[in-house]
Design a protein around this ligand. Structure first.
Ligand SMILES: Cc1cc2nc3c(=O)[nH]c(=O)nc-3n(C[C@H](O)[C@H](O)[C@H](O)COP(=O)(O)OP(=O)(O)OC[C@H]3O[C@@H](n4cnc5c(N)ncnc54)[C@H](O)[C@@H]3O)c2cc1C
Ligand code: SF4
Ligand code: SF4
Ligand code: SF4
Length: 426
């Protein structure tokens, strides 16, 4: 019997790995970040049920780690792939963690004593982390990582760790190694659109214009503000919020003609969650169309309207900083032809999805094509939606096209079935 490699350990990759492993085939789950989990680990609640994201994801992450048939490789990337279905060789490179995965128990004593604070990528820039840290409390594997770029070698963490798990040198682990597998599932997911590319929206110029991913961290109970939405300018709780839709999607001026599928629903989700918690908060959504296409989604949209969330059909050309540094949005309501001036205390840009950084290199290594939007191309969208032109290589989740969690999980399962079939033929 052959084995399977799954590249990318977001919810789609984890689902694929679990489904294959639970049928008795060995899986190598390859993730380039220090923890598995992907974007879902950054979310607060999930539409349309408003379930806590980590309450669903965390048990899957732990199952993946504990499963006897799954080997996890974090901080690991693919360098080269050769061979064919039934007999692929995958060359990998593992980057150093500077903490021994075998010795560390995740106690966090080292983090407490570390004097260095830097931007936390996991908190989408709204929070800080130490130079030795866990990206979030529920990381898998439950170990810290020392960031050698920002570490000032003060030595405090070495002294604090009773298990001698912090490593001075870990370059040995920056090593290349190979796997032999029968089939491969690619689930490398997405990146959010860089809102700085839409200059008129003044992202990073006006502090209270933030992205939806930053907003997810702001309202998350385990996030940097303990779940209370706060303005980045003065730390105050905003009294009015405007969500601006389709930022980096459906926009031919930046070569992003496609719809990102999830941003209408995640903005409605966040509006509902806020409105239910803070009844006096004034919430407006500026949109082109509301795309509520899935099971229960239209009813979810209706619930938002019933809660008094305002929906205005119209997109702002720009966001301005007016007198007294007040944020100003001028927008035409395209249904009434009325010209409106809004003065929100916080603006949330609903950024779209684009292929994960590095996916060109993955496509080149695997010799599989991408489509005109840059996502991995399906062999046949209708008859083989998780297949590529290369037998034995399958694709799943947001790496294929913008997608929500239920659809990503479904594709993870479908790709698992195909990869499993190849593995048992060997
Ligand atoms: C602001 C926001 C809110 C959202 N809210 C919801 C919601 O409420 N409900 C919902 O259903 N959906 C929501 N979504 C969508 C949801 O995040 C995605 O559906 C889901 O994360 C897709 O999972 P994935 O595994 O395909 O991709 P990802 O979550 O992106 O995971 C991909 C993984 O692959 C890894 N990876 C990438 N490249 C490589 C490489 N070269 N080598 C190794 N590893 C690699 C990444 O580090 C990552 O861990 C939201 C999205 C955003 C942006
Ligand atoms: S490196 Fe040591 S101190 Fe830090 S979390 Fe691991 S075991 Fe605890
Ligand atoms: S040695 Fe580096 S990581 Fe450790 S406490 Fe000092 S600054 Fe932080
Ligand atoms: S899902 Fe909604 S906000 Fe996102 S691109 Fe499509 S129409 Fe725009």
């Amino acid at each position: 019997m052959g084995e399977v490699a799954v590249i990318g350990a977001g919810v789609a990759g984890i689902q694929a790995a679990l489904d294959i492993a639970n049928h008795g085939v060995k899986v190598h789950l390859i993730e380039r970040e220090p923890s598995i989990g992907g974007h879902m680990a950054q979310l607060d609640k999930t539409f349309p049920t408003n379930d806590c994201s980590m309450c669903i994801l965390s048990p899957k992450m732990v199952d993946a780690q504990r499963n006897q048939n799954i080997t996890l490789y974090t901080l690991t990337e693919v360098k080269e792939v050769t061979g064919e279905v039934g007999n692929f060789t995958v060359k990998l490179i593992r980057h150093p963690r500077y903490v021994s995965e075998l010795k560390c128990n995740g106690c966090g004593d080292c983090t407490e004593v570390c004097p260095v604070e830097v931007y936390n990528k996991y908190d989408a820039g709204v929070g800080v982390r130490k130079a030795i840290y866990k990206p979030h409390p529920q990381v898998v594997p439950n170990v810290t990582i020392r960031d050698s770029e920002h570490c000032i070698e003060c030595g405090l963490c070495y002294d604090a760790c009773g298990l001698q798990a912090v490593l001075h040198n870990d370059e040995d682990s920056e090593r290349e190694f190979e796997l032999s597998v029968a089939s491969i599932v690619v689930a490398t997911g997405f990146e959010t659109f860089d809102a700085q590319r839409k200059k008129a929206l003044r992202y990073l110029k006006i502090p209270d214009v933030i992205t939806s991913l930053e907003f997810e961290r702001l309202i998350c109970a385990s996030g940097p503000t303990g779940g209370i939405p706060r303005r980045l300018s003065d730390g105050e709780k905003p009294k009015s919020i405007v969500f601006v839709q389709c930022v980096g999607s459906r926009d031919i001026t930046i070569n992003r003609p496609y719809c990102s599928c999830v941003c209408c629903m995640y903005a409605i989700k966040n509006a509902i969650l806020l409105r239910e918690k803070y009844r006096d908060l004034d919430i407006t959504m500026l949109y082109m169309d509301i795309r509520a296409y899935g099971k229960g989604y239209e009813e979810y949209y209706q619930r938002a309207q019933d809660l008094g969330i305002k929906f205005i059909r119209g997109m702002p050309g720009e966001i301005l900083e007016g007198e007294n540094r007040q944020t100003e949005i001028v927008v035409e309501n395209t249904e009434t032809r009325e010209l409106l001036k809004l003065y929100p205390e916080l603006v949330v840009l609903s950024v779209g999805m684009e292929p994960a950084a590095g996916s060109d290199e993955i496509a080149a290594a695997l010799k599989i094509p991408k489509d005109e939007s840059g996502f991995f191309a399906q062999e046949n969208m209708k008859t083989n939606p998780v297949g590529t032109i290369k037998p034995g290589i399958y694709i799943a989740g947001a790496a294929v096209s913008p997608k929500d969690i239920p659809d990503s999980v479904m594709q993870g399962g479908a790709a698992a079935m195909k990869a499993f079939s190849d593995a048992i033929r060997v």
